[in-house]
Design a protein around this ligand. Sequence first.
Ligand code: ATP
Length: 735
Amino acid sequence: MLYLKSIELMGFKSFGKKTELVFGSRISSIVGPNGSGKSNVAEGFRFVLGEQSMKSMRSKKGEDLIWGGSPALARQNRASVKVVFDNSKRLLDIDFGEVVIERVVYRDGQNEYVLNGTQVRLKDVIRLLAGANIGGSGYQIISQGEADRILNASPRERREMVEDALGLKLYQHKKAESERKLEETGNNIEKTKSLRREIGPHLTFLRIQVEKIEKARELKEALAAKLSEYLARENAWITQEDARLKEEVQSLDEELRDISAKLQEARSKRTHGGSGTLSELQSKIVQCEAKLTDARGRSGEIARELGRAEGALERNDVMVEQIVTVPHVRGFARELDSAIEEIERNDDLQQVRNILAHLRIRIRSFVDGLTGAAPVTNAEAKREVDDLNTKLERVQAEQNRITSEIDGLRSKMAETREEGFAAERDIVGLEATHREVESKKNAFNAARATVATLRLRFEEEVREGIALIGAAVHAWDKNEIPPGALSEDRSNQEKRRRETERLKIKIEESGIGNGDAVVREFKQTKERDEFLARELEDLEKSAASLKEIIAELEKTIDIRFTEGLKQINVALHDFFQKLFGGGEAKLRIEEPHRPSRQGLDVEDGDEEDEMVEEEELYAGLSISVSLPRKKIRGLEVLSGGERALTSIALIFSMTQVNPPPFLILDETDAALDEANSKRYADMIKELGQKSQLIVITHNRATMAAAGELYGVTMGHDGVSKLLSVKLEEAERVAK
Ligand code: ATP
């Protein structure tokens, strides 16, 4: 069964023209003169299998891989190598009976990979080949002069080659993948943790805020209850107090109106009972007194006449011709004289007139007395007496009337005077009362002003309440008037007011407004934190499971490696003995050495464990050699041939445990003498049973071991050409 069906080179290095090698034998040998292009074929394999090291293809850059042109054949712009695998046994994990892998490189260094006609990534190619134990460190393509590469390699590189040969690459890939994921997970864990750390203080801050808001909310509820009771009481009290005071003021107004009316009355009384009326009365009295004087004068005269008449009646001898007596005339003269004297003394015109009127009457009656006829008879005299008596009575009655009139006027005057005094007293009293009532009214008005101030304060308190706790404040409106609100001591209400003030201050001090936004933010932040915590848990779980997977893989690698190494050592012992006719070679796991960590005071135990694991994992492989009959150990002292033999033994033994589908050996036998070339050829045959071999050689023994031979030649055009040759021709071709 041949896995490798063919290789086609086009524009690759010296293969300026399309050249195809079809493999028909388990061992194919490529022969040809120096510089004809044999090694370019081996490098063609490296190239198509995804080699990234230009050096291992003897180039500096991609362009060097492209046919550079010759006078005969122009240079090309691309080099391509195509390899065809028989995949009927599903060597490669892909559902095709035949797998064609092609790699193209362009002059600009651009690469293309094509898998069964579809462009793919390098990664895809490498993964596909690794699954079939192809590729990797390239131990299966041994380049010219590189036979002892495995000897020169560092212990670590050597270990990688062995791991590759044991087919552990796949596990290494998986492990690397898991490690990458673990690192990513670790980064995500760190990121998540740092996000939580970032959120942390804010969340704490918000929590404290929310607690404060809760507290403030409680305070607000308390305030709402207190305030609504206080406001209901205050409103009721103010309303009532204002109504009461208003009523008081109204009744005082009425009282004042009443007092004013009385005052007006008293004042008018005082005016009408004043000096005007009194002087009228006084002048009336004077008139009456004049009349009285007149009446008195007349009554005196009548009385005198009566005396004379009565005397005449008694004498009864009254003569007709009466003689006027001297005393009578003298008496009359005296009367006149005193009247004149009175006039002279008096300034009052009225009285003077009165006296004069009286005088006229006296003069008339004296004259009458002179001319009057004397009563002739007693009867006449008697009649005269009677008449005079009647006259006298009448005058006296008049006198009495005038006297009583004067008395009346006098008492009227006293009365009027008294009335004036009383009115004055009343006015004084009423005015005092008026002032008193006025000041009472002022006091009530002042109280009303105070109540109005309280009303303003009440309204301000309502507004303030709304600002602090919202419309809930209006609850006071619906509250019934609390019992005792109108009668209780105001100090109770003052106490309530102080309590609400205290609550208001506390709410204001809390400095929290509505707080809804903060509560919302707290909720969101908390949710985010919880989400991050869950995410962290998930990440930690997946990190743990990745660690488990890695540990599992490491265990597998370790077991397989240890086991494989044992088997390699068995084969190595065998090949070495065959090649050297004795002696011993062995691969050993080197003790992990950590010089850089020695003497360091490492406190973090975990970290150290990790480092140790890493070191152990990459504990390299050392080779110990002991040659038969020679007391030498160590690679440094081996001859070139001995080195070649040792590395051949090593490479071959490595292929025994997990044989690769094919192996390419480019003049690995170059340094061997004839005897060793024979042994080499035998071993090639043995290997050929497990892996398909492509052997580039100048050795006849090796050629003889191959089932088919290809000759590579190069003409003057510089282009490598390929031809199938027989063994007999081969040696000629090779020269
Ligand atoms: P030997 O037997 O000496 O090892 P060989 O047969 O292995 O020789 P190669 O090394 O494969 O020979 O071929 C080298 C030849 O390929 C050289 O002549 C070199 O000029 C030619 N060559 C290499 N790269 C290119 C290129 N890009 N274009 C043209 N020719 C190239």
